[in-house]
Write a protein that binds this ligand. Sequence first.
Ligand code: HEC
Ligand code: HEC
Ligand code: HEC
Ligand code: HEC
Ligand code: HEC
Length: 485
Amino acid sequence: MTRFTDIIKAFVGGIARSRVSLVGAIMATVIFPVLLVSAVLDMQGVVANPYFGFIIYMVLGPTFLLALLLVFLGLFFFKGKEEVGIFTFEYLKEQFTAPDKFVRVRKLIMLSTGLTLLNIFIVLLISYTGYHYTESVAFCGQFCHTVMTPEYTAYQNSPHSRVKCVECHIGPGAQWFAKSKISGIRQLFAVAFNTYSRPIETPVHGLRPARETCEECHRPELFHGDKLYVKDKYLPDEKNTHVQTVLLMKVGHGGYRGQQAQGIHWHVAPENKITYTHTDRARQQISEVVLEKLDGTKIVFTTNKGAEPAPPAGNEGGVRVMDCVDCHNRPTHVYLSADEALDQKLLSGKISTALPFIKQQALAVVTKEYTSTAEAKNAIATQLRAWYQEKYPALYKNNILMIEQAISGVQQAYEENVFPSMKIGWDTYPNFLGHKNDSGCFRCHDDNHTTKAGGTISMDCDTCHVILAEDEEAPEILKLLRGKK
Ligand code: HEC
Ligand code: HEC
Ligand code: HEC
Ligand code: HEC
Ligand code: HEC
């Protein structure tokens, strides 16, 4: 009967005889407690630093596994002076047939089976938590700090701030998982060697077709009804006049409960497949739009009245099936324009509307070019202070607090949308949801894309929304809808 202590003795003896095992054993002994404690701390969410996970799962974990491997390699194959080639048949045969050697081998096998079970458990634990770590928002959004700060900041201020990066950027299934890990390794190199582009290019050309990700949570065929769209704005006058724009947005749906697809989400109904040709990388220039019905009939809209469409320039252009991100390209990385960002701060009270001309002055100072966020914040503070001191000395003296608070609101508006270190200014990333600067919907809906028969993609204002009020102070329609009349 082999006693447990004998096994331990044989094991320790084995390790002691082999230098390779010894190194492995020392490494494993040192790392094990550190790894265990940090993994527990991480799982309990005690340490929130994004680099912590990286150290545990990408550095300590693999090193621990390497150490274990060394122990076993050493035990069997590098025994001190009499080093043996790995898996030479002669050697293995001798170990198993000579009775005195076999006793030792048997002990080692028993012990290593026990230890292997323990190790499998640890490996599984590390792989599981490590996998979750690379899928986490902390890893995607915070690890490569400067690079991802803009996307991460914009994300945190969006309706999707509780949706993980990977749910839109990777989605379910093994194929995209593998693609994303390969692309992730390339990205880590780009960061390590500082070869990434500033700003990061948009659109993302390798993005998974959005319908496979967005529709895990949203079902456009079931959207219904119109949506009231109310936008608050402040004019750049002395009183910072509050005005509102009210639209009835025809959100529509992709066809449900016997109803025909209609309104804006008519584009994503199964019976309307839209493919378009763009001639630039940014997908701003659209030369041809093809609408294919379920029965295969095609309606072709081109910009050059029925002639062949212009070929895409170089490899920058392409042909694309229209999906959610051709309109919702900023569902979560929402960068506001300077105007909108300041209006939001005014609306929420972060910037007081009681300060004369604050909208106008803030707009002037935030839209200047700065080389760093620190410089911008400084300039915002000094310029606004100086302006009020000169133009409204009495107000300045009595309302220092209000002015300082407004300054911090203006600084926030800047910081949340402009990132000089990544060369992101106001309006660097276009938003296709709408028609600012004739972009977005007006890339197709411009009355210039026509069929041979003379049909167009409509630019009629009522196609997408009914304008109920535009930049009005206290619009009548809102009083009516809110029953205050
Ligand atoms: C709700 C879905 C969604 C989530 C969640 C999401 N993204 Fe995105 N992301 C997108 C879309 C859509 C685009 C733009 C695709 C396009 O236009 O081709 C994009 C673009 C990007 C870009 C390219 C630059 C740009 O702004 O166009 C980066 C980088 C990026 N995302 C990183 C992240 C990180 C990091 C997170 C998590 C903190 C994240 N994303 C979470 C949908 C999402
Ligand atoms: C993991 C689930 C999930 C995924 C994936 C997802 N969303 Fe969402 N989305 C949500 C939730 C939840 C909300 C509502 C948030 C709220 O109202 O607080 C939302 C809200 C929205 C809204 C309304 C925003 C607003 O301002 O009211 C739009 C538009 C939207 N999502 C588009 C998209 C698009 C486009 C994609 C794919 C690129 C996508 N979503 C992917 C969960 C998801
Ligand atoms: C043709 C452009 C277009 C396409 C394609 C499109 N959407 Fe929209 N979507 C819009 C517009 C415009 C709105 C309303 C605008 C707003 O809320 O500011 C909207 C609203 C939404 C909302 C909010 C609905 C509500 O009732 O508040 C969600 C969620 C959404 N879209 C998801 C999607 C998903 C998922 C897809 C892809 C399957 C998609 N959309 C395709 C333009 C589009
Ligand atoms: C890639 C080109 C393209 C883009 C971009 C685009 N559309 Fe369209 N849209 C079309 C085509 C094609 C039609 C069908 C025109 C026809 O047959 O008369 C259409 C039709 C519509 C219709 C009428 C649907 C119906 O009930 O018949 C609405 C509403 C609409 N689009 C809204 C939008 C909005 C809002 C946006 C921007 C957020 C947008 N579209 C962006 C191509 C586009
Ligand atoms: C193809 C669809 C489409 C057509 C055609 C269209 N719009 Fe719009 N419009 C939109 C969408 C979508 C938005 C909302 C953008 C957003 O969510 O911020 C919008 C927003 C607006 C706004 C509010 C802008 C703001 O301050 O936020 C105004 C004003 C407006 N449209 C006026 C017009 C006028 C005038 C026309 C006719 C020349 C027109 N639109 C034609 C889709 C359309």
